[in-house]
Design a protein around this ligand. Structure first.
Ligand code: ZN
Ligand code: ZN
Length: 152
């Protein structure tokens, strides 16, 4: 069966393919840039929280419009912080409310996952688990992404 691929918001190529995790959550992974897409509700399933973004009202206050397009509905993606006090930046579709995380953000997640004990950071640990099980090759990603000097 030919799997339908979606256009990656960052690569503009049909490089996004559906991936079923053992937990029964479907995410979309980009072959090229290693970013991930989660449809509405999938991030919440991951984190076992009610909402995809723990404090959406706060997050929306500082949300910025981007030129990126949603791979699922073509809506615009807005950039915002996952947690108001955190460093993790996500993009969220203004129409279907799916969420994009790019490779650099995943890399930040790895850093955060090891030191954040907030239950709201479970998504970060979930991603870390995915990496440990070989779904996401963070090592490959790190080689292609320059580390931010301010964080060293
Ligand atoms: Zn991509
Ligand atoms: Zn959308």
């Amino acid at each position: 069966m030919e799997q339908k691929k979606f256009i990656c918001p960052k690569c503009h190529k049909e490089s996004l393919y559906a991936f079923n995790t053992p937990e029964g959550i479907i995410i979309d992974l980009c072959d090229a840039c290693k970013g991930i897409w989660m449809d509405r509700g999938e991030a919440a399933s991951f984190t076992e929280l009610t909402d995809d973004i723990p404090n959406l009202e706060e997050a929306l206050k500082d949300a910025k419009d981007t030129e990126y397009m949603c791979p699922k509905c073509g809506g615009k993606l807005q950039q915002m912080k996952y947690l108001p006090e955190g460093e993790l930046i996500i993009e969220r579709c203004i129409k279907c409310f799916g969420i994009w995380l790019d490779a650099e953000e995943l890399w930040q997640m790895e850093n955060l996952a090891s030191r954040v004990e907030d239950p709201r950071s479970r998504i970060m640990r979930a991603i870390k688990n995915m990496q440990d099980q070989g779904y996401i090759a963070i090592k490959d990603i790190q080689e292609t992404i320059p580390k931010k000097s301010s964080r060293e």
